[in-house]
Design a protein around this ligand. Structure first.
Ligand code: QAP
Ligand code: CO
Length: 173
């Protein structure tokens, strides 16, 4: 399956993704194609809507303490629901759909996640720190929400200006 990353300001990023009901070969081949795309673009998280598939599926691969990503740490998360969250943490986020822009965003530090795996089995996960942040960031994508939507008015304006310039320079080169 050939996939490309949908980038802001593409309107498809605003679609609300639909619940996954069939845990079939079609889902598996999408997940199997998302992983190498995420790894080759230096991502740690990718939602299906970012590759133009509006379904409630996302993948994560959080680097270890040495900053290395291992295939063992791949998480495939379908139909996620946060059942508990607590604490606050600030982190400089980025997004494969908003290239080259990073800003501090406040999230919950701890959460409990209920989700399904690629075969439809029900799972529960306790997350903290970067994993908790990444889950919240990717789940926002399922609602059509981007991290830039969480910026103050002034920072959003700064973003729009910088991003427009980046797109223009990219087009010229
Ligand atoms: C979401 O983000 C996230 O601008 C995943 O040029 C962000 O993988 C989770 C990336 C922060 C937790 C903390 C962004 C790669 C990757 C770029 C990503 C870029 C190249 C972003
Ligand atoms: Co993102």
């Amino acid at each position: 399956m050939k996939l490309t990353i949908v980038e802001y300001p593409d309107k498809r990023l605003r679609i609300k993704s639909k619940e996954v009901k069939s845990f079939d070969e079609k889902l598996h081949s999408l997940l199997d194609a998302m992983n190498p795309l995420m790894m080759s673009t230096n991502g740690i998280g990718l939602a299906a809507i970012q590759v133009a598939h509006p379904i409630r599926a996302l993948i994560l691969n959080i680097p270890d303490d040495e900053g290395e990503q291992s295939p063992d740490n791949l998480l495939e998360i379908i139909n996620p629901v946060i059942s508990k969250k607590s604490g606050e943490i600030m982190y400089q986020e980025g997004c494969l759909s908003v290239p080259k822009f990073y800003e501090d965003i406040k999230r919950s530090e701890f959460l409990t996640l209920n989700y399904q795996d690629r075969d439809g089995n029900t799972k529960t996960l306790e997350a903290e720190g970067l994993l908790s942040i990444a889950i919240q960031h990717e789940m926002d994508h399922l609602e059509g929400v981007l991290f830039i939507d969480k910026l103050s008015y002034a920072r959003r304006k700064k973003f729009e200006k910088e991003y427009k310039r980046m797109l223009k320079e990219r087009k010229e080169s």
